[in-house]
Design a protein around this ligand. Structure first.
Ligand code: ADP
Length: 514
């Protein structure tokens, strides 16, 4: 038979054996005639090594077998010719009469298409995309069937991986505690997760397939949200933590944090939007309470502390007059400790103002050079250990809150002094940036420096580097956080460079007056 010349041999030498296995409907001669008719056609079939192509008689006995079939299914031509093609099917498919159904389909319509597992000679299964054609002779008489198979196991594996990944992603979305919606391009709801239904006390029927802006009496019809969502797909963008305070039909007024991003729907390549919401009403209330508490407590503490300071100063003067050195020394210590207490109270007050958005700036145009000189003079008069050296000038005024900028500068200089106990110089440099739009203040010390692993979070509240703590340098880690917030509020920047045991350089910039 064979598409391969060498393999014509068995078909001829073992003619009797094959004839027994072939259908009664067509003689061995018929098959040979059919097989050898078209040498050109066979050459083509042989070249298709990735395709298993074989023919069967009307009952499904294999009558020809190409190299691709040998490669794919593992049987040589000698082994397979005359065998029932059912051996290539899985036991399950044989039971379901899949081979017969395939032949019936091809008989009826000329061809039948299928995707199924087939079995190799070694018993292993592989996934196949196959097509069976009815083979007719010139007179239109059905002579047998041709089957073309292609191994698409890799495609199947890919499909299964995608299906699993999709199910995995969907199960995450569905079990997430945050309410989520998947929206189509036109903002109709494709799916909502369990948390969405639970939080907003709605059901699937009133949600899926409906426009986002119509849900719950238009409770999502928020113009700013609309604008943000409309931006996502055309610009391939996302938005994070967009806060809305909104009246929700069954919940009352709630504060929600919204996050949205573009999603690609695998399979039909549709662009979609994932919208996640987090109800932060309680958290906001707790924060507000905590802030109010810190604010009130620190405000109330200020009065008694300043009275203590006043009395201590009064007694100190008396002790000095009476030349009671011990009492004068102790009262001086009380004085300094009350100063520290006042600083902590002021920091806490600032923190409560920052967190409740009440850090008000009282901006004026002023000369940063003279503010710096004034602060340096004042701090120098109280410092015996360090020399504060001012360099450079800023040629223009800044438009800023003088008191708050003074606070930032004081904090940086006092840190420079505090964290360089074994050196004696602190440099304060004034300059402007390359574009001459910002003034820059730089405070440099040659002290303990900041370990690299502690640098990233240094501007966060209560963040302290370990080396300072190890050396028992006192502090609570609020000064830099407050400084950063003040500078940010002014539209400036604050940053630093530092090397362990070599020192630190802190800078802040402020926009110059026009
Ligand atoms: P505090 O000094 O009260 O701890 P800050 O917020 O002013 O708080 O500073 C935060 C931390 O940053 C400090 O605890 C210290 O570890 C580190 N730090 C700040 N300035 C310097 C500096 N000039 N040199 C070394 N470490 C510094």
């Amino acid at each position: 038979m064979s598409f391969k010349k060498a393999n014509q041999q068995p078909a001829q030498t073992q003619q009797g054996q094959y004839s027994n296995r072939l259908s009664n409907h067509a003689s061995e001669a018929d098959h040979r005639e059919f097989r050898e008719d078209e040498p050109f056609f066979r050459q083509i079939l042989e070249s298709l090594e990735d395709y298993a192509i074989f023919t069967t008689d009307l009952e499904g006995h294999i009558s020809s077998w190409n190299t691709g079939a040998e490669n794919l299914l593992g049987y040589t031509e000698e082994e397979i010719i005359g065998q029932d093609a059912r051996i290539l099917f899985t036991a399950g498919d044989r039971q379901k009469k899949a081979p017969e159904k395939e032949m019936a389909g091809a008989r009826k319509t000329g061809s039948s298409l299928d995707e199924r597992y087939h079995v190799r000679k070694d018993g292993s299964a592989f996934f196949v995309s196959g097509k069976m054609f009815a083979l007719k002779d010139e007179k239109g008489k059905l002579r047998g069937f041709t089957k073309v198979m292609r191994d698409i196991t890799h495609v199947k594996v890919l499909q299964e991986t995608i299906t699993q990944a999709k199910a995995y992603a969907e199960s995450i979305v569905d079990t997430a505690r945050e309410p989520m919606l998947v929206l189509y391009k036109d903002f109709t709801v494709n799916t909502a997760n369990r948390a969405f239904y639970k939080t907003f006390k709605v059901n699937k029927k009133d949600t899926e397939g409906r426009q986002l802006y119509e849900l719950g009496n238009g409770q999502w019809n928020i113009p700013a949200l609309k604008a943000l969502l409309e931006h996502i797909l055309p610009n391939d963008s996302s938005f994070n933590d967009y806060e809305v305070i909104q009246e929700f039909e069954k919940l009352g007024t709630r504060t929600m944090l919204l996050n949205a991003r573009k999603l690609w729907r695998v399979g039909n390549h549709t662009e979609m939007i994932l919208l996640a919401m987090e109800d932060i009403t309680e958290r906001k209330q707790a924060d507000a309470f905590k802030n109010a508490f810190i604010g009130i407590a620190s405000h109330e503490l200020r009065g008694p502390v300043s009275s203590i300071k006043g009395y201590a100063q009064l007694l100190g003067k008396r002790a000095q007059k009476a030349e009671d050195k011990m009492a004068a020394g102790t009262l001086d210590k009380i004085n300094r400790q009350t100063d520290k207490l006042t600083e902590i109270i002021n920091h806490l007050l600032d923190i409560s103002r920052i967190q409740s958005g009440k850090l008000q700036l009282d901006r004026v145009h002023f000369d940063l050079n003279s503010l710096t000189s004034g602060i340096i003079d004042e701090m120098q008069s109280e410092t015996t250990t360090h020399q504060l050296i001012q360099q450079g000038t800023i040629p223009k005024d800044v438009y800023a809150d003088k008191f708050r900028i003074g606070q930032v500068l004081t904090n940086l200089i006092s840190n420079a002094i505090k964290y360089s106990p074994d050196t004696s110089k602190v440099m304060i440099k004034l300059s402007q940036d390359r574009n001459k739009t910002h003034g820059i203040v730089t405070v440099q010390d040659f002290g303990i420096g900041i370990p690299p692993e502690d640098q990233a979070n240094l501007f966060q509240a209560f963040s302290r580097a370990r080396n300072g703590q190890k050396k028992k340098i006192q502090g609570i880690g609020l000064g830099l956080h407050i400084a950063a917030e003040i500078i940010k509020e002014h539209g400036g920047k604050i940053w630093f460079e530092s090397k362990l045991e070599e020192g630190s350089v802190f800078h802040f910039s402020l926009p110059l007056s026009a």
